[in-house]
Design a protein around this ligand. Structure first.
Ligand code: SF4
Length: 393
C-alpha cells in the first residue's frame, strides 16, 4: 500500500490498516485514527483493512477520516490513482465475498530479518465467534510456482528465514488445479529453494493438517519445529458451539503425533476465554489442555462479541468472569514458558539474529546474546540461562 500510495503521489497521506478480530482491535483503530488526525491536521487520512471492510459507514462517519477503502481495493493501483486526483467517492468498499482471484500482491510482505509470504487469504469456515471471513472473503490460494519464485527472490536478497502466512493456511490449495495441500507446498519450497535455511509456518488448524505436512514435520530439518495451532478451546461442547471442526482429543492426538515425529517440537495456541455459555467446568478443560497438549506459547483472547456473528446472540458470560478466566489462562501460559525455558538451558541452539544482541531459536524462543552478532545471520550458541521470558546465550 505504501508503494502504491507513493506511486500515486500520496506519500504525505496517512493509511490506517485496521483489524477487526476483537472489539478491542476496532476500538484501538478508532483511537489511532483520532490521534493521527491530531498529529497530522492537513494530511489525507485513508482507512482500510478488515474493520473498514466490515463496517465502512462507521469509519466514513468519523470527522477525522477522508476515505474508506476495502480490502481488495486497497491493493489496486487504480484505487490510489483515483484517491490522488480526488475523483472518487469517500467510501470504496465492494463485496469481499465476490473476490475469487489471488493476486501476486498477496505475497510481498517482509520484515527486516525474516520474510513473511502470504500464501492464502480468506476463509470458507464460519466459526460462530469469528468476523474474519466478512473482512477477508472466501478462501483463495497463491499457486505454488508463484510462491516458490517469490521465496527464491527473498533468499537472493539475503533472507535466511521465510514464514508462510494465511488466514486459514491449511485450506491452501483447495481452489487450485489438482487441489494440492499445504504439505505439498512446503515440500516443494524446500526442494526448489535449497538455499533457504529456515522455513516456518504460522497459525494452522491441526485437524486439517495433511499427511505430506506431517511427513515434512518429521523429515525436513529446515522446517522449523514450532507450530501455532488454532485450538480456541478445550471443551467438546464449547468447540461444537464454536462450530470448530475438531474435538479436544483430536488436538491432543495431533500434538502427540507431531512430537513423536519431531521430538522437541513446541506449540503455540490461540485460546478464547469466556466464550458464551462457558461454565467453570468447561473452562477447566481449556486450562487442562495446556498440559495435555504440552502447549508453550498461549495467545489468550478474552471473548468479545462481534456484531452479526452467531455467538454474539448466545447467552454471554459476564465480563468479570471472562477477565479472570483470561488471567488464569495467561498465568498457566507463563508457567509453560518457564518450563520450556528451563529445559533449553545447557543446550546448543541455532539462532536467527533480529538485532545485534537478540535473536530467536528454531522454536521461536527469544534469546539475548552476551556478544554482538550480525543481524539477519544465523549463529550457533550455548544456552546459559533465562531471564524475563528470554533465554540467555
Ligand atoms: S477457521 Fe479461523 S478465520 Fe475461519 S472462521 Fe474459523 S476462526 Fe475465523
Amino acid at each position: 500500500m505504501q508503494e502504491l500510495a507513493n506511486g500515486a503521489g500520496l506519500s504525505d497521506s496517512v493509511i490506517i490498516n485496521t483489524c477487526a478480530v476483537t472489539a478491542e482491535a476496532v476500538r484501538k483503530a478508532r483511537q489511532d485514527i483520532r490521534k493521527r488526525r491530531r498529529d497530522n491536521p492537513n494530511a489525507k487520512i485513508i482507512v482500510t483493512g478488515c474493520a473498514a471492510q466490515i463496517d465502512p459507514e462507521s469509519f466514513a462517519g468519523m470527522d477525522e477520516v477522508d476515505h474508506v477503502v476495502g480490502n481488495s481495493e486497497k491493493m489496486d493501483p487504480a484505487t490510489w490513482g483515483a484517491l490522488a486526483t480526488g475523483g472518487t467517492e469517500p467510501v470504496q468498499v465492494n463485496d469481499i465475498m465476490s473476490v475469487t482471484e489471488t493476486a501476486g500482491h498477496l505475497i510481498d510482505g517482509f520484515g527486516r530479518h525474516r520474510a513473511y509470504v502470504q500464501v492464502q487469504n480468506g476463509c470458507d469456515h464460519r466459526c460462530t465467534f469469528c468476523i474474519i471471513p466478512y473482512g477477508r472473503g472466501n478462501s483463495r490460494s497463491v499457486p505454488a510456482g508463484v510462491v516458490v519464485d517469490q521465496i527464491k527472490r527473498l533468499v537472493d536478497r539475503g533472507f535466511n528465514e521465510v514464514v508462510l502466512t494465511g488466514v486459514d493456511m491449511t485450506s491452501w490449495g483447495a481452489d487450485l488445479p489438482g487441489t494440492p495441500q499445504l504439505g505439498h507446498l512446503v515440500t516443494r519450497i524446500l526442494k526448489l529453494v535449497p538455499d533457504l535455511p529456515r522455513l516456518r509456518i504460522s497459525s494452522i488448524d491441526s485437524i486439517e493438517v495433511d499427511d505430506a505436512l506431517m511427513e515434512a514435520i518429521a523429515t525436513e530439518a529446515r522446517l522449523m519445529p514450532h507450530l501455532h495451532l488454532s485450538l480456541q478451546h478445550g471443551d467438546d461442547l464449547i468447540l461444537k458451539r464454536m462450530k470448530r471442526r475438531h474435538l479436544r482429543d483430536d488436538a491432543i492426538r495431533f500434538t502427540e503425533d507431531a512430537r513423536k515425529h519431531r521430538p522437541g517440537i513446541t506449540f503455540g495456541a490461540d485460546i478464547i476465554a469466556g466464550f458464551p455459555t462457558e461454565t467453570d467446568a468447561h473452562f477447566e478443560n481449556s486450562l487442562r489442555l495446556v498440559e495435555d497438549c504440552n502447549l508453550t506459547w498461549l495467545h489468550v483472547f478474552p471473548y468479545s462479541p462481534r456484531p452479526g456473528t452467531p455467538a454474539a446472540r448466545m447467552p454471554q458470560v459476564n465480563g468479570v468472569t471472562i477477565k479472570s478466566r483470561a488471567t488464569m489462562l495467561r498465568a498457566k501460559g507463563a508457567e509453560a514458558v518457564q518450563t520450556h525455558l528451563t529445559a533449553q538451558i545447557g543446550g546448543t541452539r541455532s539462532i536467527l539474529m533480529e538485532r545485534a544482541d537478540m535473536g530467536r531459536t528454531e522454536h521461536f524462543t527469544e534469546v539475548a546474546l552476551s556478544t554482538d552478532q550480525i543481524p539477519g545471520q544465523i549463529v550457533t550458541a550455548t544456552i546459559t540461562g533465562s531471564q524475563n521470558d528470554r533465554l540467555t546465550a
